[in-house]
Design a protein around this ligand. Structure first.
Ligand code: PLP
Length: 374
């Protein structure tokens, strides 16, 4: 069965098995904190929702088929990141992070794990620079494309380099999603994502997941979840299931729109630089073509100054000024407003939604005119 068919039919019985007469086509969420569980706990499939829940299990099953591994879901992307760090890192360990990763991941190790004697080493995503600082590391953390700079590194090459030094490799795969890039198949040990973004795509929930191939690793991640109580409510898990069916349609449209937007911005004299792995001019375009099936919905670009960028966002009629990406409604923000990324004051991170591309380009055109001429 093709991936798209599996996603659309997620939760339905496997053919040739059929739904029983009168059954709803899609089951609703199972709202239960506790389940009837007489006698030996192991005799009941479910006992208590902090341990397991049927709605999570369905979502984890579908995500597992996408990732090619065993999946555990978490209540946000950061909860998934935290689960990997907490399950693996111990005092004296070294973790190598991208210097240009999603900033909260860097703050988490710097502010929290440093106090437990864990060393963080930083190196840029571009040119596989993290390979230079691997000696003695326990965990290599990659983020490709990096957020918000859209730099790319080679997952296969870096996984081999890390494994030869005894380090595990995790990839933050948020921007492309597991449909757009498959870290486990490329050699990484762990794939992590914020499913708040494109995977669920409707800007209405927070969610994350961790995927691994190794059974011991899966057990450690699950153990952390059970002990810490870092769990997803059934309603969120169900909303995510519902959203997954349209992931291929959404991602295809969003990535086509992102490509057209990036190519359009490249032609504009008001724009100083465009960062999108789908552009032939991107320094790692050839590598991106090799390891990604979709280049993702995020296009970053630079306007000459903070004032011009602010005017651009104000003038746009279709871009919601918001700090997230991957939703069906296009959005954008001036990234330097948060103060954590090494970007210029006029740097904009844009997320292409599912609107008609003609409308988006007309809107971008008028907003660029307005911002340059005010
Ligand atoms: N990883 C990346 C690349 C992100 O962009 C984000 C959020 O923007 C996260 C992780 C954290 O995800 P969440 O906000 O769902 O905790």
């Amino acid at each position: 069965m093709q991936e798209i068919t599996r996603l659309v039919r997620a939760g339905l019985p496997e053919p040739p098995e059929k739904l029983r007469a009168g059954a709803p086509i899609h089951a609703g969420p199972v709202f239960a904190s506790a389940f009837a569980a007489p006698g030996e706990p192991s005799a009941s499939p479910y006992t208590y929702t902090r341990f397991n829940n049927p709605t999570w299990q369905e979502l984890e099953h579908v995500l597992g088929t996408l990732e090619g591994g065993s999946v555990k879901i978490f209540p946000s992307g950061m909860a998934a990141v935290m689960a990997v760090f907490a399950a693996l890192l111990r005092p004296g360990d070294i973790v190598v992070l991208p210097a240009d990763s999603y900033y909260t991941t860097r703050i988490l190790t710097r502010e929290f794990f440093a106090a437990f004697g864990i060393e963080t080493r930083l190196a840029p995503t571009a040119n596989n620079a993290q390979a230079e600082v691997l000696t003695g590391a326990k965990l290599l953390w990659l983020e490709t494309p990096s957020n918000p700079g859209m730099d790319i590194c080679d997952i296969h090459l870096l996984s081999e380099a890390a494994h030869s030094r005894g380090a595990l490799v995790a990839v933050d795969n948020t921007t492309p999603t597991a449909l757009g890039q498959q870290p486990l198949a490329l050699g990484a040990d762990i794939s992590v994502a914020s499913d708040t973004k494109s995977l669920t795509g409707h800007s209405d929930l927070l969610l994350g997941h961790v995927a691994v191939r190794d059974g011991d690793l899966a057990a450690k991640i699950e153990r952390w979840r059970t002990l810490s109580g870092s769990i997803v409510g059934p309603m969120e898990a169900w909303l995510a299931m519902r959203s997954l069916a349209t992931l291929p349609l959404r991602l295809e449209k969003q990535c086509a729109n992102a490509q057209a937007i990036a190519e359009f911005l490249e032609t504009r004299k008001e724009v100083r630089a465009v960062y999108y792995p789908g552009l032939a001019a991107h320094p790692a375009h050839a590598l991106a073509r090799q390891q990604m099936r979709y280049f993702g919905p995020v296009v970053s670009f630079e306007l000459p100054s903070r004032t011009i960028a602010e005017r651009f966002l104000e003038a746009s009629h279709l871009l919601v000024e918001a700090s997230s990406f991957g939703g069906i409604v296009s959005s954008a923000e001036r990234r330097a407003r948060w103060g954590h990324d090494a970007v210029s004051q006029g740097f904009i991170r844009l997320s292409a939604g599912c609107e008609a591309i003609e409308d988006l380009l007309t809107d971008l055109d008028q907003a660029l005119h307005a911002s340059a001429s005010a």
